[in-house]
Ligand binder design. Sequence first.
Ligand code: HEC
Length: 277
Amino acid sequence: MTEIPEHLLKRSRERRAALEGTPAAAPAESSDNVPATTASSAPAAPAAPSGPAPRTAAPEAAAPPPPKPDSPVVAAYRARRKVPFWAMAALALLPIWTFMYVRSVTASAEEATGPLGMGAEVYSNCASCHGGGGGGGVGYAFTEGEVLATFPNIEDQLRYVLYGTGAYNVAGVEIYGNPDRPGGPHVTGARGAMPGFEGALTDYEILSVVCHERFTLGGADPTSEMWADEYEHWCSEESEYFLELEEGASLATLHEMHDSVLPIGDGPAEGSPAMEG
Ligand code: HEC
């Protein structure tokens, strides 16, 4: 048997006193779980704050310490120039400005003369099948170098547009462009029938629309080493071939006047591969 501890005995005495209605029981109730020995030290607790503690706490509440000075980075951030109030208005006008800019550039292209200026208009004969921007439709796309891959030499494209798929079929020409075409050769009739434009358009109109397809739609860069020569002789405003055609020469006989021109001739022929270099 263990001995009943003193504090438990004390608690049971207090309980009994509470049940009997003795007023002295009330304070004992609150210290239910506290050992009896702490009861004597309890009154000391409220006295503790009356020591030096309030004196140190008070000044801190009354006068908060001055804010720390900003670090250089924060100071620079605070001192930066704010976005001016009119910036939002300027930004809001940006789309209008862009629209005006694009319009002015497009307008100047429309007014361009020479083969490219004329070609853009003649292209209305082709857009229904090849797309207004040359993106393709029934006929192949010209964009992103596609037409240049088929016809590395402009003469082969001129011949093809002159005579069309029907004449190539009759002549038994299976591949109408570069036989080594990157992405595979284009086989006559694989996509359908391309009309020949001999007689429907003049020879200089055919040259102009072919220039449009190669340089404006196809992406040939007139300033690049690869296309500068072709551009200068065939498609620039100073093109001597274009001038000669306007004056009555024909695409079929142009090579007789210029060693550098491949024979286009008066009928379909195999396409010539890309020249080395
Ligand atoms: C009636 C529709 C039609 C019209 C109009 C048309 N084409 Fe085509 N074109 C085609 C088709 C179809 C082909 C593919 C023919 C084939 O598969 O043999 C093609 C092929 C071409 C190609 C060869 C492209 C390649 O990479 O193989 C060129 C160049 C071309 N057309 C130029 C023109 C030009 C220039 C005009 C306007 C003057 C024009 N086309 C008008 C239907 C058309």
